[in-house]
Design a binder for this molecule. Structure first.
Ligand SMILES: C[S@@+](CC[C@H](N)C(=O)[O-])C[C@H]1O[C@@H](n2cnc3c(N)ncnc32)[C@H](O)[C@@H]1O
Length: 243
């Protein structure tokens, strides 16, 4: 766990910094990066969700829960920050269930066909119990899909803008990174992949999405074409060896 931080303190930051304006701006499809890099990969990895139960773990303003529900999934969203879950509830039809909880203290729920945890684990100081709860919420043989800011290319956009290339001084240690709303926490890629294996999952696919050059031309974001800002992992649960 990243010293000096508790989950409660991090959640509090999310709660107070999530303004109505910021939540509205991303209420339909998420921000630019989610629209072009994260959502298409998550949806492909999850496959046909019609009639399937899906837990959106750390659902924020609920935009992805609503996308999944529109595709026919039976969705439950979990979110601990009061401002975000109130917004998610307000924007969603009654067919989505929401639960306010820290993933590290998730109550027992009926097992889901899939759990998606998008851009959440790197925001949690005590993240291992949260990942465990996600895996335990999936039925055996179901899917656990998580997306994080790529631990090798955090702060890609700002660093590239400043230096015309990506620079990084430290990788192996665990440390805090200032982010728009609340702190993120850097851990090496191995920390996440070894934990998912230790929880008895078999990794099906790892994706490091790059931005379409045409989209990059229009948006002026060259760095995202050349380097991946996100790491997305699809894992199957209930594989005792983890291999
Ligand atoms: C970058 S946002 C991503 C939200 C959403 N999944 C999305 O893609 O828009 C990080 C989210 O993690 C949530 N979060 C922080 N700590 C958490 C915890 N301990 N358990 C569950 N969610 C947490 C925050 O409240 C916030 O909604």
């Amino acid at each position: 766990m990243t010293s000096a931080w508790t989950n409660e303190a991090a959640i509090q930051q999310w709660d107070t910094t999530s303004t109505r304006e910021s939540m509205e701006a991303t209420a339909e499809r998420g921000d630019f990066a989610k629209q072009h890099l994260v959502n298409p990969v998550l949806l492909r990895l999850l496959g046909d969700v019609r009639g399937r139960t899906v837990l959106d773990a750390g659902c924020g303003n609920g935009y992805f829960s609503r996308i999944l529900a529109a595709r026919g999934a039976e969705v439950t969203g979990v979110e601990p920050a009061g401002s975000l879950i109130s917004f998610a509830r307000e924007k969603s039809a009654e067919d989505i269930s929401y639960l306010q909880a820290d993933l590290a203290q998730l109550p027992e729920l009926e097992p889901f066909d899939a759990v998606v945890c998008s851009m959440v684990l790197m925001a949690i100081p005590d993240w291992k119990p949260a990942m465990r709860a996600c895996v335990e919420a999936v039925r055996p043989g179901g899917l656990f899909v998580f997306a994080i800011v790529h631990p090798a290319f955090e702060e890609l956009f700002g660093t590239w803008r400043e230096h015309g290339e990506y620079r990084r001084k430290e990788y192996l240690a665990e440390y805090e990174i200032a982010s728009g709303h609340a702190a993120d926490f850097h851990r090496p890629i191995s920390a996440y992949l070894n934990e998912v294996a230790a929880l008895g999952c078999r990794v099906r696919e790892v994706v490091e999405p790059g931005l379409d050059p045409e989209v990059a031309k229009a948006s002026g974001i060259e760095s995202y074409v050349r380097m991946p800002n996100f790491l997305i992992v699809a894992a199957e649960t209930g594989c005792p060896s983890g291999l």
